[in-house]
Design a binder for this molecule. Sequence first.
Ligand code: CA
Length: 132
Amino acid sequence: MRKYLPFLLATTLTLPGCRRSAPPPLFEAALPEATGIRFANTLSQDSVLNIVNYLYYYNGGGVAVGDIDGDGLLDLYFTSNLGRNRLYRNLGHFRFEDITDRAGVADSVGWKSGVTMPTSMAMAGSISTSQA
Ligand SMILES: [Ca+2]
């Protein structure tokens, strides 16, 4: 037993220091208060609007990313199945401004199930973000 004592002592003292530290998270929650993005695709159920009558009822709307004002920052457009869509202009540093009403793209009528946005600069400057 005596001859193993140095090994046991060394192992006992060094093993706790060999634990791996947790890897840093890949994603962090970005709260509406910090980003300015306040969008929720809220659905209610009734006898007409439900998953029995429409299998894709809970598949969601969509999110498009593109630079709508040509400032080099990617802007976000969220579509709501039944509610108001939202267009957010990127101000930089994960801060966004809701420009839905100025752009006239709320489109709160009807069922929206997706959205696309050109990835080129074709739309740049087509939506004015300045307040008149
Ligand atoms: Ca932009």
